[in-house]
Design a protein around this ligand. Structure first.
Ligand SMILES: Nc1ncnc2c1ncn2[C@@H]1O[C@H](COP(=O)(O)OP(=O)(O)OP(=O)(O)O)[C@@H](O)[C@H]1O
Length: 235
């Protein structure tokens, strides 16, 4: 018998309103925004500065909350969760990859990757094994004891991806993952994300300004002033 949960979308934003308070004024970002993303999809989001791309990523990561509407990811109803529950949910279900890597400069690659595990009840050996596994997976097992300053931009981003993967989340949120990289490193990082999507089944939502990077996605969404435009991408 088919499992009805599997027939639902993995991510559903339904009639979302979101605004910010600025100097006593309310600035609306989204009104009635709806979107669905399937499990295992790789979705790119493009759009001009200020169109709301980061706000969407923040809501999907449980960092920011909608003012109104429903946001479900898997079986979790994020719009019903308080801050503590969202933090716990994020630690288990989401990995975030940043444009400027967000690595701590005084920690080695392995120590940076370990950070999300610090609050988990794991013994030192399983911790070390998991770290080694993800560093090998992203191709920098031989750089485990290097500091970020001893790594190239592409290698630092691999450490960032390893840190995002360490808790084995279903969802990866990538905020301009190639924005700080030259073309060759950008291509390597996009091939890595494609591998994680196609081979490991990670659902990926990636904000990008780089049309080349969208070629790796199943679907590209264009956001303009808080509204998704329907237009085709020239691959
Ligand atoms: N914490 C906040 N307080 C007030 N306004 C905010 C806040 N965060 C975002 N905004 C506003 O919301 C709008 C959307 O911002 P957002 O960062 O989502 O855009 P973006 O598409 O990611 O832009 P960029 O490409 O420049 O990063 C902008 O007008 C921004 O000024």
């Amino acid at each position: 018998m088919s499992d009805p949960i599997r027939l639902q979308s993995f991510i559903t934003l339904s009639e979302i309103d979101k605004s910010y308070r600025m100097g006593g004024q309310t600035v609306p970002i989204f009104q009635d925004l709806s979107l669905t993303i399937e499990q295992g999809e790789f979705v790119a989001v493009m759009g001009p500065s200020g169109s709301g791309k980061s706000t969407i990523l923040n809501m999907l990561g449980g960092i920011d909350r909608p003012d109104r509407g429903k946001l479900t990811i898997g079986n979790s109803q994020l719009h019903r969760m308080g801050e503590g529950a969202l933090t716990a949910w994020r630690a288990q279900h989401v990995g975030i990859v940043f444009q400027f890597y967000n690595l701590l400069p005084m920690l080695t690659a392995a120590q940076n990757v370990e950070i999300p595990l610090l609050l988990k009840p794991l013994n030192a050996r399983s911790r070390r094994e998991r770290i080694r596994t993800v560093l090998d997976l992203v191709g920098i097992g031989d750089r485990a004891h290097h500091l970020p300053s001893q790594l190239s931009g592409g290698q630092q981003q691999r450490v960032g991806i390893a840190r995002a993967l360490i808790s084995d989340p279903q969802l990866l949120l990538c905020d301009e993952p190639t924005g700080d990289l030259d073309r060759k490193s950008a291509t390597e990082i996009m091939e890595m994300l494609q591998f994680l999507n196609k081979e490991l089944g990670k659902t990926i939502v990636m904000v990008t300004h780089d049309p080349e990077s969208t070629r790796y996605a199943d679907r590209t969404l264009f956001l303009n002033k808080g509204v998704f435009e329907s237009r085709e991408v020239a691959a």
